[in-house]
Write a protein that binds this ligand. Structure first.
Ligand SMILES: [Zn+2]
Length: 487
C-alpha cells in the first residue's frame, strides 16, 4: 500500500495486520466465488463457503433469512452500537471469462460468469468481518457486528425483503462494499428506484390454422401492453425509464398461446415516481387484456427505493481510504489493464494509483441496487474499492478479466481494510454513530419509508434454477481446490 497515512488506531492496525497475514486466504475465497459463478437466488456453494468461514470464526449464523435459501445473517458481539455490513455475490448469464486473458475466452461456453466483481464483494465482506472480529476480541470493543449475505443483486431482489421482514430493525448504521476502478464513497441520492414485475396474460388455446377465432391469444396481450407503454414513453416524466423482456411467448405457432409473460423493470429517481409508472403500466395491461379478451396477473419480484448515502458515514469512510492507501500496482498489472483498455477501445489510463478526493454530493445514476431500502431505513453508505480495470463496462466479458487476478486480490485486501476500519471506528467512537443518525434524520427530511413490496410477496426462489442446473456440471471441474483458511 502507498499513500497510507497513520491516522490509525491499535484496533485498526490489528485488523490491517490480520488482512495482510490472510491476503492469500482472501484471494482464495475471491477466486472460489469467481469460479462458482452462481446466478442470483442460486448462490448455494457461495453462501455455504461464506457462512462456513463466519461460523468457524465464532459468528452466530442464521441461514435462509426472509425466505432466501442463499441469504444469511451472521452476528458477533453484543450490545450497541449495531453495525451492519452487507453485499451481494451473484454472477450474470453468458459472461464466463478466463481471468487474465485479454480476449473473449469463456471458461465454459455460454455459462454464467462474474463480469462486474460481486465475487470480490463477497470476499471483502467476509475478510473484513473476520478482521474486525479479531480486533473486537483483542480490544474488548462493545457493540454488535451483523454480516448480511444478500442474494440476487443483479435482479435487485433480496434486501427489500430483508428490510420488510425486520432484519434491519435493530441496526444503527450500515456499510455495503462494492468493487470499482478506485475508491469512492458518495452521499445524497446515488441510484434510482426500481420495480420489477412479471405480467402474465391468460387466454385460451385453439388450432391456429383451422379455428383461430376460437382462441384468445395471451401473446397479443403482451404485444399490446408493449405498444401501450411504447406510446406512453413520450408522455412519462423524463426521469422515468422502463424496459422489458418476453419470458414466455407461447409454445409453437399452430397453437394459439394460452399464457404469455413479460418481465418489466420500472425506474425513476424516486420511489413515488417508480410506483406511479408501475400503476400506469397496470392500467395499460388492463387495456391490453380488454382488447384481447384475456385476463392478466402481475407478480412483483422486487421493488426498491433509490440508494442514498449518509454524509457522516461518507466522510468516515473517506478517512479510511486515506489511512489504508491505494494498492501498490505492479508494472505487469498496469500493463494488463492498458492492454484490456486498448482492446475494449476505451481510454487507456492503466490502473489508478491516487486516492480520489470526496467530490461533494453524488450524481444520481439511473441504475438501481437492492440495497436502496436499507439506506432509507438506517444511515448507510456504499463503499467503492479498487479491483476492476477502470473504464471497462460491466456485464461484458472484458469486466471479468481482472476478477481472479492479483488486481482483484490486492483490491480485496484494500477494500476489506477500509470496511474493517469503518466498522471499528463505529465501535471505538460510538458518538459518530449518533451523529450519523442525526444527519440521516435531516437528510431524509421526514420522508416516511414504506416498503413498496406487497405485504405477502414471497421471494422468487426458482429464479435462474434451470440455467444454473444446466451449466453447473460443466463448471464444477474448474472450482478452486484449496480452502480459504483464515488464521
Ligand atoms: Zn454490482
Amino acid at each position: 500500500m502507498k499513500n497510507g497515512s497513520n491516522l490509525t488506531t491499535p484496533a485498526k492496525a490489528m485488523a490491517f495486520e490480520f488482512l495482510d497475514r490472510n491476503h492469500q486466504a482472501t484471494a482464495t475465497l475471491n477466486d472460489s466465488i469467481f469460479y462458482f459463478a452462481e446466478l442470483g437466488m442460486q448462490e448455494h456453494e457461495t453462501a455455504k463457503l461464506m457462512t462456513d468461514l463466519l461460523e468457524k470464526s465464532g459468528f452466530r449464523v442464521e441461514r435462509g433469512i426472509a425466505g432466501f435459501p442463499t441469504g444469511f445473517c451472521a452476528t458477533y458481539g453484543e450490545g450497541g452500537p449495531v453495525v451492519a455490513i452487507h453485499t451481494e455475490y451473484d454472477s450474470n448469464p453468458d459472461n464466463s471469462q478466463a481471468p487474465g486473458v485479454v480476449a473473449h475466452t469463456p471458461i465454459v461456453e455460454g455459462a454464467p460468469g462474474h463480469c462486474e466483481g460481486h465475487n470480490v464483494n463477497g470476499a471483502v465482506l467476509i475478510a473484513s468481518a473476520l478482521a474486525a472480529k479479531t480486533a473486537m476480541d483483542e480490544f474488548g470493543l462493545k457493540g454488535t457486528l451483523k454480516v448480511f449475505g444478500a442474494p440476487a443483486e443483479e435482479q435487485v431482489i433480496s434486501r427489500p425483503y430483508f428490510v420488510r421482514d425486520g432484519w434491519f430493525d435493530d441496526v444503527d448504521v450500515a456499510f455495503t462494499p462494492h468493487i470499482w476502478g478506485d475508491y469512492s464513497v458518495g452521499y445524497g441520492l446515488i441510484q434510482s428506484a426500481l420495480i420489477s414485475a412479471v405480467f402474465t396474460f391468460h387466454g385460451e388455446t385453439a388450432h391456429a390454422g383451422v379455428a383461430p377465432w376460437k382462441g384468445r391469444d395471451a401473446l397479443d396481450g403482451v404485444v399490446l401492453m408493449d405498444m401501450g407503454l411504447a406510446q406512453y414513453r413520450e408522455h412519462m416524466m423524463p426521469t422515468m425509464r422502463c424496459q422489458r423482456v418476453i419470458t414466455h411467448g407461447g409454445n409453437q405457432p399452430n397453437v394459439v398461446p394460452r399464457t404469455a409473460s413479460v418481465w418489466w423493470y420500472f425506474r425513476d429517481t424516486s420511489a413515488e415516481g417508480a410506483m406511479s409508472l408501475f400503476e400506469h403500466a397496470k392500467t395499460i395491461a388492463q387495456g391490453a387484456a380488454l382488447m384481447t379478451k384475456t385476463t392478466y396477473d402481475v407478480n412483483v419480484l422486487s421493488a426498491v427505493w433509490p440508494v442514498r448515502g449518509n454524509r457522516t458515514l461518507a466522510e468516515l469512510v473517506q478517512r479510511q481510504f486515506e489511512t489504508v492507501g491505494q494498492p501498490d500496482w505492479s508494472a505487469d498489472e498496469d500493463q494488463l489493464a492498458r492492454k484490456l483498455q486498448q482492446e475494449a477501445k476505451v481510454n487507456v489510463t492503466g490502473l489508478i494509483s491516487e486516492i480520489t478526493p470526496q467530490r461533494g454530493p453524488a450524481v444520481q445514476k439511473p441504475a438501481a441496487n437492492d440495497a436502496g431500502d436499507v439506506s432509507w431505513k438506517v444511515p448507510m453508505v456504499k463503499i467503492f474499492f479498487p479491483g476492476n480495470i477502470p473504464n471497462i463496462m460491466f456485464h461484458h466479458w472484458a469486466a471479468g478479466v481482472s476478477l481472479a487476478t492479483s488486481i482483484a486480490h490486492k483490491g480485496a485486501t484494500a477494500g476489506a481494510k477500509v470496511v474493517a476500519a469503518s466498522i471499528l471506528e463505529c465501535f471505538e467512537n460510538p458518538q459518530i454513530v449518533d451523529q450519523a443518525k442525526s444527519t440521516f434524520k435531516d437528510e431524509i427530511a421526514g420522508t416516511a419509508f414504506k416498503s413498496m413490496l406487497p405485504a405477502d410477496q414471497k421471494p422468487p426462489v426458482e429464479l435462474n434454477r434451470e440455467m444454473m442446473e444446466r451449466y453447473r456440471p460443466l463448471m464444477t471441474k474448474h472450482y478452486v481446490k484449496d480452502y480459504p483458511t483464515f488464521v
